[in-house]
Design a protein around this ligand. Sequence first.
Ligand code: SF4
Length: 227
Amino acid sequence: MQISEIYKSLQGESTYAGLACVFVRLTACNLRCSWCDSEFSFYGGKKMPLQEVLGEVARLSPSGGLVEITGGEPMLQEREVIPLMEQLLDADYQVLLETSGERVLSRVPKQVIKIVDVKCPHSGAADTFAIENLKALQRHDELKFVLTDRTDYEFARDFVAEHELAGRVHAILFSPAFEKAASGTRDTSHCQLDPQQLAEWILEDNVPARLSLQIHKLIWDPAAKGV
Ligand code: SF4
């Protein structure tokens, strides 16, 4: 499979934020989100056979733990990435799959924890969510909405209500988009939507969502790669 990078860091998003994690980032994406922070993964990387990927994961985390399969969009390489997930599970890793929600997810192994985006109106990839993926969701999965403004927030709030998602998944994440060119200071001034404003909207509307900040951008320089 075509791999952009494999590295160990702290998980920055989702309910697993703060935990040590090996990231396996696959090359290529078919979407172009306006706030994408991994454009470097669209092209290039290195062709690696499955055993080499497993070996690198084992080198970075020899005694199990958390592994996230991410991208780009990892499900573009479904034929290779599903056996990778199966083998990681067999080796007792806890496997997260970070995906755009545009690819059909029904063939993902059930033990994998899917963190699935639903792209909002101002993402640059609106209306790409494969609605049949709602049926593939399990209680341990998480849904993520990245928000730039009130329009995105209202879309996310109404999507959650319309599809009765409260209680269907482990977490519904509302995450302010980060400025793509952010660097230097490590604070929430780089958020396109002020987290305080978002918190107030969530409380006003009683939305069953978890406000989620990308903590890796508050720990390291927001422009840092491989963290
Ligand atoms: S789906 Fe993910 S990798 Fe692809 S453009 Fe959007 S944010 Fe970037």
